[in-house]
Design a protein around this ligand. Structure first.
Ligand code: AMP
Ligand code: FE
Ligand code: FE
Ligand code: ZN
Length: 284
């Protein structure tokens, strides 16, 4: 992979750790970033900031710029929505104050999924599911429990059969609505960015007006660059970004070594050289 424009190294604005459903601890993630030439990494775990202090310490030691972040689960009527928040500190308020409540929403949703699975005749033990999460609980932990119980061949199979959006045991997320989530990040001094716009499953025109409404409430950017995006997807999200003057961000959504995409992998052509600066300029 060639270096980012400007030769400053790779920038990756979306990555997970063991604080949610990633396999690497925050320190290991930062070490892996350094090893793969990533000089700026945002740590964006699902609904938690628990990994950020460790990541910041590791970044300072390794000479990697760590941007504190989060990936909020947002309640939408169909599809699924995740909102990335880039944060001015590792313990931003009022976001910090809401996280306990959000954790309860996540847990209630996973309990509902486990109950739905039991109704479908594919039982997993709640304690087994809960015990698989070191930090934030999520559907991947249910998937692993399904595999262990012999109900699926692997994580992807478990999602395809039961857990993915539109599958029989899918339960919509509870918790924050889209505007509420955007405002929570803005009120915490952060820059909110719409993650993987495709997961909203909106036709192009509806996506554009949905994003416009969020922009009106302070959305800073939209994730244009992801390794799995087709050129058409990238172009259509880039068009929305230009039209609404949003920052076209990107990242690998790294979860584990040996996964489909490596750290710093944001697809071609990747991020503009000034993306990080523009994002940081949106924070208080
Ligand atoms: P949750 O936060 O509980 O909704 O789980 C979201 C996480 O589940 C994502 O970040 C992915 O790690 C994983 N995931 C979502 N959809 C799939 C899928 N179709 N196949 C495998 N993993 C998935
Ligand atoms: Fe995840
Ligand atoms: Fe996500
Ligand atoms: Zn993610």
């Amino acid at each position: 992979m060639s270096p980012a424009p400007g030769g400053a190294g790779h920038v990756d604005l979306h990555a997970h750790t063991t604080a949610s459903d990633g396999d690497l601890t925050p320190s290991e993630l930062v070490a892996a970033a350094a090893a793969s030439g990533v000089t700026v990494i945002a740590v964006t775990d699902h609904d938690t900031v628990a990994g950020l202090d460790e990541a910041a310490r590791a970044g300072a030691a390794a000479g990697v710029t760590v941007i504190p972040g989060i990936e909020l689960t947002v309640r939408v009527p169909h599809g699924s929505m995740h909102l990335l928040g880039y944060l001015p500190t590792t313990r931003p308020d009022p976001l910090m104050g809401r996280l306990g409540e959000l954790a309860a929403f996540r847990e209630d949703r996973i309990r509902a999924i486990v109950a739905r699975l039991a109704e479908l005749g594919v039982s997993v033990e709640w304690d087994d599911v809960r015990g698989r999460a070191a930090g934030q609980l999520g559907r991947p932990h249910v998937a692993d429990a399904l595999v262990a119980a012999g109900h699926a061949a692997g994580r992807d199979d478990a999602f395809d059969r039961w857990l993915a959006d539109g599958r029989p045991a899918h339960v919509a997320s509870l918790g924050l609505g889209p505007v509420e989530a955007v405002r929570l990040v803005v009120d915490s001094g952060g820059a909110p960015v719409l993650a993987h716009p495709a997961s909203l499953r909106l036709p192009a025109r509806h996506l554009s007006s949905f994003v416009q409404r969020l922009a009106h409430h302070g959305l800073s950017g939209i994730e244009v660059h992801r390794p799995e995006h087709t050129p058409d997807q990238r172009d259509s999200y880039a068009t929305i970004a230009r039209r609404l003057r949003l920052i076209a961000t990107g990242g690998s959504d790294f979860h584990r070594p040996g996964g489909p995409f490596g750290l710093g992998d944001t697809g071609t052509p990747g991020l503009a050289a000034d993306t990080t600066e523009r994002l940081l300029a949106r924070m208080r």
